[in-house]
Design a protein around this ligand. Sequence first.
Ligand code: AMP
Length: 627
Amino acid sequence: MSYKSEHERSIQDPDSFWGEQAKRIHWEKPFKQVLDYSNPPFAKWFEGGLTNICFNAVDRHLADRADQIALVAVSTETNQEKTFTFKELYEEVNRMAAIYQANGVKKGDRVLIYMPMVAQACFAMLACVRIGAIHSVVFGGFASHSLASRIDDAQPKMIVTTEAGARGGKAVPYKPLLDEAINLATCKPEKVLIVNRGLIEFTTVAGRDLDYAAERQKHLHDLVPIEWVDATHTSYILYTSGTTGKPKGVQRDTGGYAVALASSMDHIFCAKPGETFFCTSDIGWVVGHGYIIYGPLIHGMATIMYEGTPLRPDAGIWWELVEKYKVSVMFSAPTAARVLKKQDPAFLTKYDLSSLRALFLAGEPLDEPTATWIHGAINKPIVDNYWQTETGWPTLAIQRGVEVMPHKFGSPGLPSFGFNMKLLDDANAEELGPNKKGVIVIEGPLPPGCMQTVWGDDKRFISTYWETIPGKTVYSTFDWGIKDDDGYFFILGRTDDVINVAGHRLGTREIEESISGHANVSEVAVVGIEDKLKGQAAIAFVIPKDASNTATLEAECMKTVDSTLGAIARPGRVYIVTALPKTRSGKIVRRALQAVAEGRDPGDISTMEDQTVLAQIRGVIEQRPPT
Ligand code: AMP
């Protein structure tokens, strides 16, 4: 079997290809049709089939793996380490599902999960899909304003949280931020379930707030039957940034997602049931959904949830876990590798890494020096792979489980099965041949596991993703790319206002909206500039209303971003300027700002005024360069 012939089959005959892949999961009732694409671009996979992700991830393994470890929850912040066998995981998930049901959560209801990397977050997600409720996990680094907009959009019946997380040895409050978000939100949840870790003091709201430990005790022996749902039933919503300030709720199905993950475990990750998978991402991101929780568990593997930094207690911690739990597949982000690169490589070789077969890196461009360094340090294949919150699983990769094709530095590889990827000229929508730069698009239907639509907004799904290339209805990835003679794709950055900070996707518009909320801000522009460690960093340019009162404006703008969006969105610098470069129609030329901040030539600037403005801005930057 070759990659090429299998990929061709997956595009030409999706019924045959995905029909076979569907056998990887349990179907309570077989589907009637593999693909219904009668209403493009909405693809319905495995319609009529009844299944359940929780059953596939947990219950299904009880016969053969009840006493095998399913979940390892490690916190180097609280110095706790706990393992759960599949049987124990099953019991915890049942208890959580019973708590949901006792509090009125039913099939189709939303449950928002705002939690750090604790085992209960895994129970909370699995318990949702067990009863057909829809989870929306919000990354713990997001603050009240971001959280409030997600609450209003998802309208959760219940929110599950902890009172705090921890980072670098310090408690990070969650519950107070959540309370503020609920105050800001128009739609109020009926119940808030709090996992109290004893890290900070917090207040509770009578009648609304529930203590997890007490609730768990009430439902210690409860078993909650599986809710068999249609393959097209929504399993979760995950918000992501785009060109507007309003986050989009990426909506994912059940059957297609489970099949896609199961096949990726084999085709891409070459992972085997009974082994241990270690993904260092966070459950708040799509990688965490797929490869901390669902993918490994569906595949009958143990998965590690890790709370902490890669450097505490020392830079050997991840590799110590690899040795201890005999990790066979590891998945992280280039930023983490760059963080480790600053440490003594002896930390990486101190442990027995013989169980580890490969390290997968995704989420941002993998630069050659980092790839070479980490490869040299651990002496394992380093596998770049490219995907998006929207696609749900790797879109470009090497299908190592089918054919080990050569890796090329700087390229995440070739299209995964079912992804019909093309490069189009953004000016005339013509398909481009090798070695020509264009927009990476995917021809419909999107394969199983990709987003179904934007939550509650089919029109936005179409207008955002399918109508950006004039005259062609294709899914735009919003990434520039190039393809070489062998069909390998290379990613050349986003076509929109999305930036990528340490693998976290942020919309510059969101940051601008947050800063413009400050009383002394008249105009603001945010751009992403190159950062040696994080890939990109946000930089803001602010025109104050009152130029005589700017001594603390930078710090205040940063604080505004911290408190509305969260510290991950905080710009590295806020430059106070008197004017911004603009087009004749009044649009800020962010491209020129970015070039100047990166010390590059801004290229063609339309007016003399802009040249003066940019010269002034260059002067401001030179006084205090970004890094
Ligand atoms: P997210 O939805 O947060 O996963 O971000 C998706 C975006 O991250 C993509 O559109 C790319 O711009 C970028 N990205 C993800 N993986 C890679 C990769 N392997 N190489 C280059 N860019 C990547």
